[in-house]
Design a protein around this ligand. Structure first.
Ligand code: TYD
Ligand code: MG
Length: 454
C-alpha cells in the first residue's frame, strides 16, 4: 500500500487532507507542504481499554518553594528570563538570521558555565572550530563550556543523557534531524519532533534546554508556532539591521513576566549590556525639531523613554503614503482618523512617515498621544516645548485615557532631566514637584493648546 501523506501548514502545523494554496487554520498563503505522517506505527486499541499506572493528585494549597534560579550575571538576560535560569525549563530564542542569536547564547553559555553550571553548546550550523574561534574573539576562550557540532537528534540525546549537563543550548532547532521522522530537516515534522524530544528531556532530567529558532521573513519562528506551545519561555531577539541595538523580548514566560525586554548593543567584542536604555535611545536626539516627540513608555517592568519622529509632506501621488517603522500601521491610521474626525485636522493629500528612533518597536497604546503629537508637530511645523515627554491612550471618541504605571514614567522622565510632561486627565501622577505635568481630557484640548489649531 502506498504510504499516506499529510499536507502540513509550515506556519501553524495544521494538517490538511489535500494541498491547497491557503491554510484554513492560520490563513497563511503557500505554506502547505507534503510530509510523511509523524508516527506510522500500527493502530492500537483506545488508551482507556488497558489500565495504566495510578497518577498521584495533590491540592493547590501544597507549599511550593519558588524554583531555584541561576543567574548568568548578564543582568539584561536574567531579567528577561524572570530572574535567572530555572532548572528543567525549555526556552526558545527566535530571531532573524544574523541578528546575533549564536553570539548571545555563546556568551550566555560561558556566563552560566562560569556561574557553576555544567553547560553544553550543540551547534548544528557551525563546526566546533568556528564556535571556538568566535569564543576566543569574544574573550570567552577560558569558559568551561563544552562544544559539539552535531545534527543527529538521537546522538545528541544520548550524549545529553550520559553527560547530564545543567544547561544545553541547541543552535538551531531547524538543523536538528530525527532519524525516525521521514521528512527533511527544517520541516514542521522534524522541528516538532526535535522540540518535543528536547523539551521532554528537559523535564525528565532537569536540564535547562535553550533552543535557537530562525524566524521566517513573515516574522514567525520557521515551521512551527507549535514549538512555542511546547516550551516554557519564548524569547525574541530583534533589532534593525542598520542599528547596533538588539532587544531580547519575552513574549511568553511561565517563570516570569512576559513583555520584559533586555537591551544589548552589538560591538566588535560581542553583545554588551545596555543598563540605561532611555539614555541610549535618546542619545542622538538633535535639538527640538518639528515632528520629534519623546514618549515615556514602559517595556515590561521598566520605563523606557524613546523618540517618535514624524514627517508630513504633500504627496505627488493620488494615494498618499502612510509608512511606519517601529509602530503599528493600523494604529497610525486610527490616530489619523481621530485627528480628522474629532479635531478637524485632515491629512488628505499628505504623505505621512512615522519612525521610532533607534530601531525600537513600540506596541503600547500609551504611545497614541505621542504619535498624535508628532504628527501634528510635523504638520504644523512647530516643535513641541523642549524637555517634555508625552504619553496617553486615545480613544475613538478623541478622549484621552490614563495609562498604567504613570508614576514610573514620570520618574524616569525626571531622572533623565525632562522638565514637563503631557498626560491624560485623571492620571495618578503622585508627587512630582520638579515636573510640570499638564493633563488634558481630550485630544482636541491638546491640539488647541499646543498648536493653536483645530
Ligand atoms: P550570529 O550570532 O552569528 O547571528 P545568528 O546566530 O542570529 O544568525 O551574529 C552574526 C552577526 O553578528 C554578524 O553579522 C557579525 C556580528 N558580530 C559582531 O558584530 N560582533 C561580534 O563580536 C560577533 C561575534 C558577531
Ligand atoms: Mg547562528
Amino acid at each position: 500500500m502506498a504510504k499516506k501523506l499529510n499536507f502540513i501548514c509550515q506556519s501553524c502545523g495544521a494538517v490538511h487532507p489535500r494541498w491547497s494554496g491557503r491554510c484554513d487554520g492560520c490563513g497563511a498563503w503557500n505554506s502547505i507542504v507534503e510530509e510523511a505522517p509523524l508516527s506510522a506505527g500500527p493502530a492500537k486499541k483506545t488508551l482507556g481499554a488497558q489500565r495504566g499506572s495510578p497518577v498521584a493528585l495533590t491540592d493547590l494549597s501544597t507549599e511550593e518553594a519558588p524554583p531555584p534560579r541561576t543567574t548568568s550575571r548578564i543582568d539584561e538576560l536574567d531579567r528577561v528570563l524572570g530572574g535567572g535560569l530555572v532548572p528543567g525549563s525549555a526556552i526558545l530564542v527566535g530571531g532573524d538570521p544574523g541578528i546575533g542569536k549564536s553570539t548571545l547564547l555563546l556568551q550566555a553559555a560561558a556566563s552560566f558555565a562560569k556561574a557553576g553550571l555544567n553547560s553544553v553548546y550543540v551547534s548544528g550550523e557551525e563546526a566546533s572550530a568556528q564556535v571556538r574561534m568566535r569564543a576566543q574573539r569574544l574573550g570567552l576562550g577560558d569558559a568551561p563550556v563544552r562544544l559539539a557540532a552535531e545534527t543527529n537528534l538521537r546522538d545528541i540525546l544520548t550524549m545529553l543523557d550520559t553527560e547530564r549537563p545543567d544547561l544545553a543550548i541547541i543552535d538551531s532547532v531547524q538543523t536538528m534531524w530525527a532519524d525516525n521522522v521521514d521528512s527533511s530537516p527544517g520541516s514542521v515534522s522534524q522541528v516538532r519532533a526535535a522540540a518535543h524530544e528536547l523539551t521532554t528531556f528537559a523535564k525528565k532530567r532537569g536540564t535547562s534546554v535553550i533552543l535557537v529558532g530562525h524566524v521566517t521573513k513573515e516574522g514567525q519562528i520557521a515551521g512551527p508556532r507549535v514549538v512555542e506551545h511546547m516550551v516554557d519561555t519564548v524569547l525574541y531577539f530583534e533589532g534593525e539591521r542598520g542599528h547596533q541595538f538588539r532587544i531580547l523580548r519575552a513574549v511568553k514566560n511561565r517563570f516570569g513576566p512576559a513583555d520584559e525586554i533586555g537591551v544589548f548593543e552589538m560591538t566588535g567584542g560581542g553583545l554588551a549590556e545596555v543598563g540605561n536604555p532611555s539614555a541610549l535611545f535618546l542619545s542622538d536626539r538633535e535639538t527640538p525639531a518639528p515632528g520629534s516627540v519623546v514618549f515615556a513608555g514602559i517595556e515590561g517592568t521598566r520605563p523606557v523613554l524613546c523618540e517618535f519622529q514624524a514627517l508630513v509632506s504633500p504627496t505627488p501621488h493620488s494615494q498618499p503614503r502612510r509608512s511606519t517603522v517601529g509602530w503599528d500601521g493600523g494604529r497610525l491610521a486610527m490616530i489619523l482618523a481621530v485627528l480628522e474626525a474629532r479635531c478637524g485636522i485632515p491629512f488628505t493629500g499628505l504623505d505621512v512617515y512615522l519612525n521610532v528612533a533607534g530601531g525600537l518597536r513600540i506596541g503600547e497604546p500609551a504611545a497614541d498621544l505621542a504619535v498624535a503629537a508628532a504628527l501634528l508637530s510635523a504638520r504644523e511645523d512647530t516643535a513641541l516645548p523642549p524637555q517634555s515627554v508625552v504619553f496617553g491612550e486615545i480613544s475613538l471618541s478623541g478622549a484621552l485615557r490614563p495609562v498604567g504605571q504613570t508614576e514610573n514614567r514620570l520618574k524616569e522622565a525626571q531622572k533623565l532631566g525632562f522638565s514637563s510632561a503631557i498626560a491624560p486627565a485623571r492620571s495618578k501622577i503622585g508627587d512630582r514637584a520638579e515636573l510640570d505635568v499638564r493633563q488634558y481630557a481630550d485630544l482636541a484640548a491638546v491640539v488647541g493648546e499646543l498648536f493653536g489649531a483645530g
